[in-house]
Design a protein around this ligand. Structure first.
Ligand code: HEC
Ligand code: HEC
Length: 197
């Protein structure tokens, strides 16, 4: 029992030291409570980035994925070096700048301006990454199209391929988190210093 008691004291000291060290290190960026809120907000960001509507294009391979199950795209579609498709078989053969009218029904090629995969030399992979790796990847200018946090926020707020995730066309579920909530989570994450778990 004695040993039990003293390990609690020791534990308390350790926790105290870690908390103190944490708040000192974080002082210039954000208070600890904001950081905790920011880490919680990153959970929401992860849910969106790894939703099928987003991660089907954010892939390590060279063929886009389809459906909630993330199956390899039909018709042997390929990324091509610039992401626009193989030479002679671009995404725009089938994908327009907007979805086809709902009256066409399900299984129509979805559309948005600039429909493509990221270029082969910077694939911007989201699928299959741990929380920590996903966070590090989207913050790294060498992996995110040379964007700082302000530019990332701009992208997730207004980019047409991103917004498509909330109106993906007949037969596809939109991203499960509302867009405003996603943007709010992004702002909360930034306000807490954009920490990675
Ligand atoms: C049709 C394919 C496609 C879909 C669907 C798509 N993206 Fe992207 N995404 C891209 C391309 C292409 C780029 C690179 C654009 C650039 O650099 O200008 C990109 C870049 C990004 C970036 C910036 C780079 C990075 O790694 O941080 C973010 C963030 C992003 N997308 C988030 C999303 C989110 C969130 C969704 C779903 C709501 C989504 N994307 C859906 C193709 C797609
Ligand atoms: C030969 C026509 C064709 C070409 C070329 C094509 N697609 Fe598709 N794509 C489709 C069709 C049709 C669907 C819808 C499938 C369905 O819902 O059954 C689709 C669906 C998708 C989806 C699925 C969205 C989701 O979340 O389920 C993505 C992503 C996609 N295409 C990306 C691309 C990209 C990127 C390219 C170019 C590199 C491309 N496609 C080239 C016909 C095509």
């Amino acid at each position: 029992m004695k040993g039990f008691g003293s390990s609690w004291v020791l534990g308390g000291l350790l926790v105290g030291t870690v908390l103190l060290a944490g708040s000192v290190a974080a002082a210039p960026a954000a208070p600890v409570s904001k950081q905790a809120a920011a880490l919680a907000a990153f959970d929401t960001i992860q849910t969106v980035l790894q939703h099928p509507r987003c991660q089907n294009c954010h892939i390590p391979g060279d063929a886009p994925l389809q459906f909630d199950a993330g199956l390899v795209h039909n018709q042997n579609v390929q990324r091509g070096s610039n992401g626009l498709g193989a030479p002679g078989f671009p995404c725009s053969t089938c994908h327009g700048t907007k979805n086809l009218p709902a009256s066409y029904g399900a299984h129509m090629p979805p559309g948005a301006p600039g429909w493509r995969l990221p270029a082969v030399n910077q694939k911007m992979v989201f699928i299959g990454l741990s929380k920590a790796d996903l966070c590090a990847t989207i913050k790294d200018p060498a992996h995110n199209g040379n964007r700082d946090l302000a530019k990332l926020l701009e992208h997730v707020s207004h980019d047409k391929l991103v917004l498509w995730g909330w109106s993906p066309g007949v037969g596809r579920a939109p991203v499960s988190v509302p867009h405003e909530q996603f943007v709010a989570a992004f702002k909360a994450w930034m306000a807490g210093g954009a920490p990675c778990p």
